[in-house]
Design a protein around this ligand. Structure first.
Ligand code: ZN
Length: 130
């Protein structure tokens, strides 16, 4: 059989680097967002004009902050997925379908590095009938 059932060290190194990069970028973005919401609060209390603007727009401001928190929570989940993927690289289970044992396509792993099923198994699993 010509089908590969294992990633080479080089391929795993590549994925590890990619995931670490994504992780670092994500952490920076999350830090920026926290800082920005903080700065917005500060300027609201120190500058009169901004204060007035914020008072009139308090509903939107609140919604914006809520959106930021929601976003942060989602990014936190993503961060956990990336950590999981890195752990799987360590364990040697990364990128291998747990249903059929085949390697998961690189394209798919770029999108969802923590996935544990290949595209066809995932598609089959979602088809409960037939
Ligand atoms: Zn599969």
């Amino acid at each position: 059989m010509a089908t590969k059932t294992k990633w080479t060290k080089k391929e795993l190194d590549y994925f590890q680097k990619r995931i670490m990069e994504k992780r670092r970028k994500l952490l920076t973005e999350m830090g920026d967002l926290r800082e920005n919401t903080h700065i917005a609060n500060e300027s609201a209390s120190t500058s009169d004009s901004t204060y007035a603007y914020h008072m009139a727009d308090v509903g939107t401001d609140h919604a914006e902050r809520e959106k930021a928190y929601y976003w942060l929570a989602r990014e936190n989940n993503y961060l956990r997925y990336l950590d999981r993927a890195l752990q799987m690289i360590e364990e040697g289970t990364f990128g291998i379908c747990q249903t059929c044992g085949d390697l998961i396509s690189k394209e798919r792993l770029e999108e969802v590095p923590h996935t544990t099923s290949c595209f066809s198994c995932k598609t089959n699993a979602s088809k409960t009938t037939s």
